[in-house]
Design a protein around this ligand. Structure first.
Ligand SMILES: O=C(O)CCC(=O)C(=O)O
Length: 296
């Protein structure tokens, strides 16, 4: 398989109202194709992990990492929320055990904790040697553990890094749209929201308010990521995610890549936002334990 093949399969599978279908690769196809070729193809792909890769679910994660200090994010449970997330450090066990972290109480809670400094834990949670595969320990890269309950929604945004997102427990629905900046109506760049759209939810877009979005969203991808699957989400692509199960556990790798220089708005927003977050003490995805309480 080559890059052109992936591109062609994307084009052929256009389906009108549901946007563009996402190519699916077996793990063997992914390794034959190669990570670098995937980065060049620059299109979202779902990869099925081999059957013998057994990642951990809730019980295994709680048993192995229960005493770990992780970062808990909190925000009002509204898809249209304009407030920053707040964060604090807790023991992971507390998240699993305390009912206040269940959905449905007006607040959304999620663990998003960068555990890149604990490669043995990353490998144990996933069931394979992720450092060998992704080289995530290089500077600026991240290996994040995501845990939350049903309904938690991540508003539309883009990241400045290549992304592999692996589902371990629970299904997550993603809506993904091609790179672009002004046509996505970014929120205030100066206030550190330049990576987020004023159209928070691409499923419910006010077409009169955001007319330029229609053309981009015609090319959107909609998919449900199932346990045992890995999503490749290219740098600069817009995305949102909604957790569909009582318990959702994912690990994602963010990997820096020179592609960022081809998307100057991504680079500009990333540099500004990193400086802004540092100045304001806003959360910046460093591994837990190295920083104090902060907000996003
Ligand atoms: O899982 C989520 O809620 C969001 C995931 C995401 O934004 C990412 O992997 O970059």
């Amino acid at each position: 398989m080559n890059t052109a093949h992936l591109g062609a399969s994307v084009h052929k599978s256009e389906t009108g109202s549901a946007g563009v279908a996402v190519p699916r690769l077996s793990f063997d196809q992914f390794t034959a194709f190669g990570q670098r070729a995937l980065f060049r193809a620059d299109t979202p792909v779902v990869i099925t992990l081999p059957d013998d890769v057994q990642g951990l679910g809730r019980e295994g994660v709680a048993e192995r990492l229960g005493e770990m200090t992780v970062t808990l994010f909190e925000e009002p449970s509204s898809k249209q929320n304009t407030e920053r997330w707040t964060t604090r450090q807790i023991r992971l066990r507390e998240f699993f055990e305390d009912e206040k972290y269940q959905a449905g109480q007006g607040r959304w809670h999620r663990i998003v904790s960068n555990i890149r400094d604990n490669p043995a834990d990353v490998n144990a949670v996933l069931g394979f040697d992720a450092e060998e595969m992704f080289g995530y320990r290089r500077s600026l890269n991240a290996a994040n553990l995501w845990i939350n309950r049903r309904g938690v929604f991540t508003q539309s945004h883009f990241d400045e890094l290549e992304n592999f997102n692996i589902a371990l427990e629970g299904r997550k629905r993603f809506v993904i749209a091609p790179p672009g900046f002004w046509e996505y109506y970014p929120r205030s760049v100066l206030r550190g929201f330049g990576d987020k759209s004023r159209a928070f939810d691409f499923d419910e877009v006010d077409r009169a308010r955001f007319p330029k979005l229609a053309a981009r969203l015609a090319e959107r991808r909609e998919l449900i990521l199932e346990p045992g699957q890995m999503l490749y989400l290219p740098l600069g692509w817009w995305h949102q995610a909604e957790s569909l199960e009582e318990m959702n556990i994912n690990v994602n790798f963010w990997l820096r890549h020179p592609k960022i220089f081809q998307r100057p708005y991504v680079l500009g927003v990333a540099l500004y936002t990193a400086a802004y977050r540092k100045l304001k003490g806003v959360y910046n995805y460093q591994p837990a334990g190295n920083r104090a309480e902060s907000g996003r």
